[in-house]
Design a binder for this molecule. Structure first.
Ligand SMILES: [Zn+2]
Length: 293
């Protein structure tokens, strides 16, 4: 637990261990937390002090994993992520498991491996909506791309933005849901860069990022462009179908384990790029194959 100021604490969960994330606790007139998937010690602390509000950066369950411990709290999430957080079939669809998975056992394996569970949601988050918690004020920012309903939270008096899964990880941006778009992710990164926060707090990994925030956001954005270039190079060298491109792993380079699951993420992220390239008129689709225009 890291004190940010007298009201705000970061419940840090270092590393990228699923299904956990960093959470931001605001203990003000209203007790509020941003995301709930903290570790055991922080969870024990929270259970002794009821939360009024749980705000969610997005609808991936490694961010709402502990919601069921807080039945009296009001849970907020952007509308665009309600389906994946409330319905197993939507989750399997948008993560590409049902449309792209070839193995009939993959759905149950995926649900078990990711420890999927649903959550209740009581209210939606709107872009630019403000919330007054007492001495602490925050503005909600719809920052789609990592998921369609992904949001960040700007604390204007403290000068930082809680950026959720725009987390500056070494892997780069993740956009493995079928309703993600490259345009959304680039737009969200550009918006964060234009807001010039003094520092950011991320949903995974290092948490508080104070140094080189803008250059690091730009470097993170560059990862998207280099993946797109690799996909174009693959098409140019004769790989035209999704499968031909995916076996060359332009996103992950080397598929992590469990490979059956990460290979689906690889395919979805390639598809998201292919749709972006098609929309820009750089490639076109003929039957199941993609060609340079
Ligand atoms: Zn996520």
């Amino acid at each position: 637990m890291i004190k940010v100021n007298q009201h705000i604490k970061l419940l840090d969960y270092p590393g990228y261990q699923h299904p956990h994330c960093n959470c931001l606790l605001i203990e003000d007139d209203i007790r509020c937390i941003i995301d709930s998937s903290c570790g055991a010690d922080d969870l024990a602390y929270l259970k002794q002090r009821p939360l009024d509000i749980i705000l969610h950066t997005h609808g991936h369950h490694d961010h709402y994993f502990n919601n069921h411990y807080f039945p009296g709290s009001s849970i907020y999430m952007h509308q665009a992520d309600h389906a994946i957080a409330q319905s197993t079939s939507s989750y399997l669809h948008f993560f590409g498991i049902e449309p792209l998975g070839k193995n009939p056992q993959l759905s149950s394996m995926f649900l078990k491996a990711t420890q999927y569970l649903t959550t209740e949601i009581h209210a939606t988050i709107e872009d630019r909506q403000s919330l007054d918690l007492g001495a602490t004020r925050l503005d909600m920012l719809h920052l789609p791309g990592h998921s369609a309903g992904h949001c960040g939270f700007f604390f204007p008096d403290q000068g930082f933005i809680y950026t959720g899964d725009i987390d500056l990880s070494a892997f780069g941006p993740w956009y493995g849901n079928l309703n993600c778009t490259i345009q959304d992710f680039l737009g969200s990164l550009d918006r964060l860069i234009a807001l010039k926060p003094d520092y950011i707090i991320t949903g995974h990994g290092e948490g508080i990022v104070r140094e080189e925030v803008i250059p690091r956001l730009k470097k993170y954005r560059d990862v998207i462009y280099s993946r797109e270039q690799r996909i174009l190079d693959l098409i140019k060298s004769g790989n035209h179908t999704l499968e031909e491109i995916a076996t060359k792993c332009p996103i992950y380079r080397k598929i992590p384990k469990p490979q059956a699951i990460y290979y689906i993420y690889e395919q979805v992220m390639i598809l998201v790029h292919l749709w972006h390239l098609e929309e820009q008129g750089i490639i076109f689709q003929e039957d199941q194959a993609y060609y340079l225009r």
